[in-house]
Design a protein around this ligand. Sequence first.
Ligand SMILES: [Fe+2]
Ligand SMILES: [Fe+2]
Length: 194
Amino acid sequence: MGWFSSDIDTFDELFVHTLQDIYYAEHQIEKSLPDMIAKASDAELKKAFRMHLKQTKGQIKRLDRVFKMIKSIPQGTECPAIDGIIEEADEIADEIEDKVVLNAALIAAAQAIEHYEITRYGTLVAWAKVLKRNDVAKILNMTLKEEKATDKKLGGIAKRKINAKAAARHLRKPSRGEKAENALLDVAAGIPAI
Ligand SMILES: [Fe+2]
Ligand SMILES: [Fe+2]
């Protein structure tokens, strides 16, 4: 690529590039979900991950369809963003021994993945409409809805039980000495005693 040329010149090419980006991302997610299912120890969370793996396979098929509709070959383009999110999730999971705390970490990681997908699909739906491809926008919007619903579902599981369980895990009452030390630190920080 030289100074006066670029791999992406037109809006159509930008659309295809972004489609390839999410195609790559979906395949990486498909690969990482079985590991997340194995690591989750909460039955409801396991089930939610399992369901999303099934959905993800369907979403890849939808993307295959979209590539065909725009007469392009289905292929991915490396996406460092999703690789980074998944890599970070793996690293954190490896550091957590407590199964309950791990469930909270898994949800947080999965929600980061969903948010990435939501931003990509949101853009693609908007662009498909501008490109007068409402047929394509409609298909991509089906996936966007699934990603949003998954994010909401995971957030609900976290809020309803996982986060509180994880917080209660190592929560212990501070000793009298720690309490006094905390009070002194609060005064120093200008935090009024409640
Ligand atoms: Fe997806
Ligand atoms: Fe997803």
